[in-house]
Design a protein around this ligand. Sequence first.
Ligand code: ADP
Ligand code: MG
Length: 393
Amino acid sequence: MATIELEHIRKEYGTDIAIEDLNLDIEDGEFITLVGPSGCGKSTTIETIAGLTKPTSGTVSIGERDVTKLPPKDRGIAMVFQNIALFPHKDVYDNISFGLQLRKFDEAEIDKRVEKAADTVQLNGMLDRMPSEMSGGQRQRVAIARAIVRQPDAFLMDEPLANLDAELRVHMRTQLQRIHDELDTTIVYVTHDQAQAMTMSDRIAVIDDGDLQQFAPPLECYNEPANLFVAGFIGSPAMNFIEGHLTAQGFESDAGYLDVEFDPSTVDAAVGQDVVLGARPEHVLPSDTATGDVTAQIDTYTDVTEPMGKEIFVYLVTDQGATVDMEDPGASGQLLMSVGPAADVGEDEPLSVVFDKSNLHLFDADSEVALAHGLSEPATVDGSEDTPASADD
Ligand code: ADP
Ligand code: MG
């Protein structure tokens, strides 16, 4: 078990900056996930922790020991990759124990550790199988068992489920959580898939373009995204964004179809300033069934509906006859709504909707930073109701 600390990590490849200035404090026993789009610097970060990549500057500490200059083998970590490299001509037992045999562990100890690891990843009874006789998920579990027998202080996993089919990936998600519970060891996990990040981790580090955007528990990133990037990246389907500006009465959309009343002095922005309103699809409600603190009605027309089984996605347009641009469904004047499976919603018909005010988000259009989560009164970001609208920066 170990804490992992990254301080001011910077990584340049020639003139490209892969990581700008990354600081991460990972607690002992924590399961954290680095998540972000392809190319954002996740692999560079985890390889820096592992010692496979040398940072241009900054410090890596594992268990409060500065390991920045140590080779991977002396860092007390084990790594699992997307591409499972098993020895095709060795059986599962030999694949799992290979590292221990190399290091001349005695046979009884190897036996004990392999048995226990096979138990943890539920491969008992398969130790004499060859990799070719196993499914992708089983092979990935062999790779994890091989990491477990080394009894590392921390596991580093880079997209370990990316090559598995969707069903297996969901199954392995729960397996990995169980393995984490059992081993009680620090795990740093990398994925570009926000669903994996949301479901498994204690905290997720959302990275964009080499910059840490938010490092918080999954539901905090979902309910209180720090900025527009996190708001758009976490959650599927994505949050609706509506461009507008702040008025003395609250929010007014630039396209003119939406006003949201709240006291603008409760957010740290001046009247007239450009802002972006965020509404998740599940917080767009047909107005005839909506209750609670909701916005004024918005007159829309339904475009396409997508029945998903447990919910229906409804694409809405604010101009009759307009169609949703499927490449960019969040563009101004288009909304995605998610309703229950029993909702009676047809295509190409008028529908009046409202937003659940307590779940609306407001962002500064320039800095993209969150100004408020929840626009019922009082609006909250810092909870200070009486703060006059003033720019701190
Ligand atoms: P991710 O794992 O999030 O997809 P990476 O950490 O692999 O992203 O890459 C981050 C950035 O660094 C990308 O722009 C990538 O092209 C660049 N990069 C990664 N490895 C190298 C390398 N060995 N040489 C040059 N550029 C690299
Ligand atoms: Mg990668």
